[in-house]
Ligand binder design. Sequence first.
Ligand SMILES: [Zn+2]
Length: 237
Amino acid sequence: MNIIDASPLGHRDAGEDRSQAIRDRLRDAIVDRRLAPGAKLAESEVGALFDVSRTVARAALQMLAFEGLVRIERNRGAYVADPSPDEARQVFAARRVVEPGIVAAICTRISPVDVATLRRHLGEERNHMDRHGPGARRDEIKASGDFHLLLATMSGNAILRRFMEELVARSSLVIALYGRSGASSCGHQEHGGIVDALEKADAEAARTLVLRHIDHIEADLDLRRNAGLALRDALEL
Ligand SMILES: [Zn+2]
């Protein structure tokens, strides 16, 4: 053990790493709907499952609450978020405000390396779409979200990147909850069009395409509560 590991800061970092790892596992389970919307997430149970203290479990749940994937009620505990249709619409309204700014910012600074990174990502998305089954669908939703996070990173604005982390996490939950069966979370073709506009540093075209893309993602949702959704999803397996 070196002196840094032995310091109080080192211990705190280890706990934080553990919390982040638990957050990631829970986030996947929530977005995949292996954990039902509204399900209780007891600190003691999360702590026992991951063999960590309640403090570490609580920190993980608080991170998820910050992203909007968990709801914490005073004196009652944490629950998987169950966004209403109104909240779902607000997520996309927020994306319409933030994402045109992100692509416009990229157009002022995009490099050939960025273009190559984006093209490589499009290739990965295509590979996921060629596969079938629930695992492939999960990977595809993740890769689609990652495209938008990659854009946020390329904007060079760390605050916008953080906004997008929350918006992509919330979008994934909304898509998992309200997405029509079989529908893709993001049109791969549309991502390609956005990359083409970015490569030309055509901010106006990029803004228009990204807005149209968000419209399409939202139009793919069925924002009426559908009692048969779980069964329909189950039958797809
Ligand atoms: Zn997309």
